[in-house]
Design a protein around this ligand. Structure first.
Ligand SMILES: *[C@@H]1O[C@H](CO)[C@@H](O)[C@H](O)[C@H]1NC(C)=O
Ligand SMILES: *[C@@H]1O[C@H](CO)[C@@H](O)[C@H](O)[C@H]1NC(C)=O
Ligand SMILES: *[C@@H]1O[C@H](CO)[C@@H](O)[C@H](O)[C@H]1NC(C)=O
Ligand SMILES: *[C@@H]1O[C@H](CO)[C@@H](O)[C@H](O)[C@H]1NC(C)=O
Length: 260
């Protein structure tokens, strides 16, 4: 979903990182590490040009193929997450939900390399198997997949004509949902790679309020995870960050507040 980040929250609460991290991770994040090759479900959604989404990637990225990734695979329940900026080659395999299923022949298969710029949120209170983006490490989504990509269309680089259709047989052109094969790839293979304005975080943001590496393939751990604490406040939840003694003391004195 196109969603503007709340910068102020992120910056203020970064100070309480160490204490909140444990709460955040156990309560709100169910991360699934994304394999370099796998299968997933895919839908598409309208994303206007020049919109900044969860990762805070440059507005210029919207001129090239981009997608949102299902929440647990994205790695954060709010704000940017570990999957931000990563590039995947998506190849359509067969329709999902159409009767009969259209399994594409090798010749009919089409692929596109997308950059992850957004989170596809798990719907609160909805069982993983009822929606697209709520899969957990144990439970698959409604298409029996652990991963879901939501492709942004149209962009000058990709529109609905990308999807195979057979109007005379099915009676409609847009199947809406597909089962795909994905493969993580270097962002050098992404159409926006040679356009400076499409890379990195948006100029209106700082590294504390967005994370969108030009090519995170080399370091999959480049963007921290964020979650909500019990008060619904955005908190970083990256294990890597070592608590400073001073912060630990401060956190202890705020222990009550943090436990709420
Ligand atoms: C780079 O992207 C911008 C949109 O952000 C576009 O206006 C411009 O034409 C692109 N430049 C090239 C060389 O493709
Ligand atoms: C994407 O996958 C398709 C199908 O396997 C392949 O033909 C194509 O070369 C791949 N593109 C990239 C950039 O890896
Ligand atoms: C859709 O994208 C294709 C390239 O993938 C392009 O040839 C075509 O003109 C685009 N159509 C529209 C309506 O933008
Ligand atoms: C549409 O589906 C029918 C029935 O399977 C098939 O005969 C026809 O070749 C298909 N057309 C395209 C463009 O795939």
């Amino acid at each position: 979903m196109p969603k503007r980040r709340t910068r102020a929250q992120t910056i203020n609460w970064l100070a309480w990182l160490p204490a909140i991290a444990i709460v955040a991770e156990t309560k709100n994040i169910s991360t699934i590490s994304v394999p370099s090759v796998g299968s997933a479900s895919l839908t598409h959604t309208i994303l206007p040009l020049d919109v900044i989404t969860s990762c805070g990637c440059s507005k210029g990225a919207s001129y090239y193929p981009t997608a949102a990734l299902s929440q647990a695979a994205y790695g954060s329940s709010v704000a940017s997450g570990p999957a931000c900026g990563q590039c995947f080659n998506l190849t359509l395999r067969e329709t999902f939900g159409a009767v009969p299923t259209w399994v594409l022949s090798e010749e009919q298969k089409v692929s596109t390399v997308v950059k992850i710029v957004d989170k596809c949120p798990a719907v609160k209170g909805q069982a993983p198997g009822k929606g697209w983006c709520g899969a957990t490490s144990e439970k698959r989504n409604k298409a029996d997949q652990f991963f879901h990509f939501d492709l942004s269309v149209p962009s000058p680089a990709l529109n609905l004509s990308f999807f195979p259709s057979n109007l005379s047989y099915y009676g409609y052109e847009d199947f809406g949902s597909w089962i795909i094969d994905f493969e993580q790839t270097s962002c050098e293979n992404w159409q926006g790679w040679n356009n400076e304005t499409a890379l990195g975080i948006d100029v209106s943001l700082t590294s504390e309020s967005g994370c969108c590496s030009a090519n995170p393939l080399v370091d999959r751990d480049v963007c921290p995870a964020f979650s909500l604490n019990a008060n619904g406040v955005s908190t970083a939840a990256k294990k890597k960050i070592d608590p400073l003694p001073l912060l630990a003391i401060l956190s202890a004195s705020f222990g009550l507040m943090l436990l709420i």
